[in-house]
Design a protein around this ligand. Structure first.
Ligand SMILES: Nc1ncnc2c1ncn2[C@@H]1O[C@H](COP(=O)(O)OP(=O)(O)OP(=O)(O)O)[C@@H](O)[C@H]1O
Length: 440
């Protein structure tokens, strides 16, 4: 948009820009310029400094406060550099001297528009990421997970630590992301670290960062994740695996918001929110001195427990549909029908790996699919085998244990007895005898 009260000059500039391929709007003063900005999708403004109703330098500030993504180039009077400098301070992209720098206008506009469009794209992506990781994206019909969502939604805007508990694959990281997105820290970084995947030394350096020469191999200064999370959220997965010594250091950071990089002498500040997750019983761990009780009490202020998938069987069809569509799209297939038996098996299975395992099994099934319907043929043996009846057995009853174990191995081999005998390290005849004996 060109804002200039000199009609001739405005018309000339607009014509030049149109021949360059730009779509151009015109305004003769600040007020009509602001009005047009409210209605049109403008990327960049070329604005004269001397307008009848407002000074262009002030107009920059007004435009930026309402449309921060619009880039402005100010046309200043010859030799009036202070105006240009002030315009940049007010948020202008750049300034050029009217009449003098005409050949610079087009390349400068290209750069301004490129920046504006890039920023719009980033904003749109951030919005999409926000939606993807929002609580709304966690679809569920079961009461237990809805309670967890409601708890997490209430704690999200409060800047306190949160402890997410639940078995592996229950969606703890998904919840951590949703809490971050629903907090005031949403625009800032979400930094995740799994405490079980590193040795103590690497974990310490990953968390706290290091100075050059702090240890062999530290060839340059390196920021730690605590520092990277400044202003945002630090998600520590499997915190129960963190060595005791580091737990003490983490507690200190939580209490003071300060830490010292490895090999450094001065402290560094970081303002982050901690969300921790564990699949262990941290209370028990702390009672047995494997987890610091002071850190446990600090983390335990707000706990959200995520139920295992077998405790939310109602959600299996919903999640299955979701993953089937996701993987069909990924493999360029039409979303298949889901046979009743396929769904029954999924609902009967005990899902030790929870949602992650369901997701993997659906991905595999969609890859194996060649017709228009998912059937039990596309399910692995573990899932299709009849469920092992978990009869209450005495820990001392060897026969019950043996029966259960044989049944499990048979399930695993899809009733292939030769393979089961091999795995059990017994003869086939012995296996047949035991099958008979236990009525398997
Ligand atoms: N409600 C959900 N909808 C769709 N996908 C989900 C949902 N919850 C979890 N998932 C998917 O399941 C997988 C496991 O989730 P996530 O990593 O959050 O679990 P976790 O509890 O943090 O696991 P771990 O303890 O092993 O780190 C991920 O691929 C995630 O995208």
């Amino acid at each position: 948009m060109v804002i200039d009260d000199e009609e001739k000059l405005r018309g000339l500039l607009s014509r030049i820009l149109r021949t360059e391929g730009f779509e151009v709007y015109e305004a003769a003063d600040g007020k009509s310029g602001l009005k047009k900005l409210a209605h049109e999708n403008v990327d960049a403004v070329l604005c004269d400094v001397k307008l009848p109703d407002v000074n262009g330098v002030q107009l920059v500030q007004q435009i930026k406060s309402s449309w921060p993504l619009v880039e402005i180039i100010l046309l200043t009077a010859y030799g009036n550099i202070p105006d240009g400098v002030q315009a940049i301070k007010n948020g202008a992209f750049d300034y050029i001297t009217k009449g003098d720098d005409n050949d610079k206008i087009v390349p400068l506009l290209h750069r301004a528009i490129e920046k504006a469009q890039l920023q719009k794209r980033v904003q749109e992506l951030e919005k999409r990421v926000g939606e993807k990781f929002s609580f709304k994206a966690i679809s569920s019909k079961s009461k237990s997970i809805q309670e967890a969502i409601s708890l997490a939604e209430r704690v999200a805007p409060v800047d306190t630590s949160v402890l997410l508990t639940g078995e592996t694959g229950t969606g703890k990281e998904v919840f951590a992301q949703a809490i971050h997105q629903a907090s005031a820290r949403a625009g800032k970084s979400f930094v995740a670290l799994n405490c079980s995947t590193f040795s103590k030394e690497i974990l310490e350096s990953e968390l706290f960062g290091h100075k050059q020469g702090a240890f062999t191999g530290a060839t340059k200064d390196q920021k730690g994740l605590i520092e990277e999370a400044n202003g945002g959220t630090l998600f520590l997965d499997e915190i129960g695996e963190m060595p005791l010594e580091l737990q003490a250091k983490l507690l200190r950071v939580l209490e003071t918001s300060e830490f010292i990089r490895l090999g450094d002498t001065k402290t560094t500040k970081s303002n982050f929110r901690l969300i921790a997750a564990t699949n262990r019983d941290l209370k028990k761990e702390s009672e047995e001195h494997r987890f610091r009780s002071d850190l446990y009490f600090r983390l335990n202020i707000f706990e959200v427990h995520l139920p295992a998938l077998r405790e939310r069987v109602k959600d299996i069809p919903l999640l299955t549909e979701f993953f089937v569509h996701q993987f069909a799209a990924k493999t360029n297939k039409k979303p298949p029908q889901i046979s009743a038996e396929f769904m029954e098996r999924l609902q009967a299975y005990h899902w030790p790996g929870n949602i992650r395992e369901l997701k993997n099994i659906i991905e595999r099934a969609v890859i194996l699919l060649n017709g228009q319907e998912l059937t039990t043929d596309q399910l692995p043996a573990d899932v299709t085998a009849p469920p092992v009846r978990q009869q209450p057995i005495s820990a001392f009853d060897l026969a019950s244990m043996e029966k259960l174990h044989i049944q499990r191995v048979l399930n695993h081999t899809r009733n292939n007895k030769a393979e089961a005998a091999r795995l059990l390290n017994i003869g086939t005849a012995t296996l047949y005898r035991k099958i008979d004996e236990y009525g398997l």
